[in-house]
Every structure is written in structure tokens, then in C-alpha cells.
Write a protein that binds this ligand. Structure first.
Ligand code: FE2
Ligand code: FE2
Length: 118
């Protein structure tokens, strides 16, 4: 498997881990996470950006936007819970670290593609 493929597979595994961390926390707080996939967009702060173009650079740019949205969301969650709920604060902080790495990895892939294209 190519290095970049492995990196993207790792991102996908980390995104699943985020969903698990957050749904576990919602249950600990006595609520029920949205169970129906069709409800997920209603509760999502970052909209799924449907690929409009199959070109890899376009998809990378869309994915970078999604990671930037996630970074904003977790920063806002940390601000919102900072004086109320340290458990959620640390979960958001842990996820934020992954999202910052995802954004940086995607920027690096895009930069490498641009360098090859020159
Ligand atoms: Fe995530
Ligand atoms: Fe991410």
C-alpha cells in the first residue's frame, strides 16, 4: 500500500474513533446519540461536501475545508465547556489534535502534487 493511502486509511480510522468517543460521551451524559444515518446531517456542524469533481486536487481541497470546519468546531466545543465539563474538554482537545494533523497531512499531499505538476 502506498504511504499516502496508508495515511488516508489512518484518517478514516481516526474519524471512526472520534465518532465512538463522542457517542460514548453523549451516553455518559445521559443522552442518546443520533442513531439513524439520515439524521446525522441535521446534527452535524460541518456539512458533507459532495465531491463536485473527481479530480484528486479538487477532492483534497474539499477535504481540507472539512478538516478546517472540524478544527473550528472542536475549538468552539473546548471554549464552550472549558469552565463546565473537563471530561468533554479533554475529549475535544484529543480530537482537535487529530483534525490538525489531518489538515496538515492533506495540505502536504496537495503541495507534493503541485510540486510534481511543475
Ligand atoms: Fe473527526
Ligand atoms: Fe479529520
Amino acid at each position: 500500500m502506498y504511504v499516502r493511502q496508508r495515511e488516508l486509511l489512518q484518517h478514516a480510522q481516526e474519524e471512526l474513533a472520534h465518532a465512538q468517543l463522542l457517542s460514548d460521551r453523549i451516553i455518559q451524559l445521559g443522552e442518546t446519540p443520533p442513531l439513524k444515518p439520515e439524521d446525522w446531517p441535521k446534527f452535524s456542524n460541518c456539512k458533507y461536501l459532495v465531491p463536485t469533481d473527481a479530480y484528486v486536487k479538487s477532492i483534497l481541497r474539499q477535504n481540507i475545508k472539512s478538516e478546517q470546519c472540524a478544527i473550528d468546531v472542536y475549538n468552539n466545543i473546548m471554549k464552550f465547556v472549558s469552565d463546565k465539563d473537563m471530561v468533554t474538554y479533554h475529549i475535544a482537545e484529543q480530537i482537535l489534535q487529530d483534525e490538525l494533523e489531518h489538515e496538515e497531512d492533506l495540505e502536504n499531499i496537495l503541495r507534493d502534487i503541485n510540486l510534481i505538476g511543475k
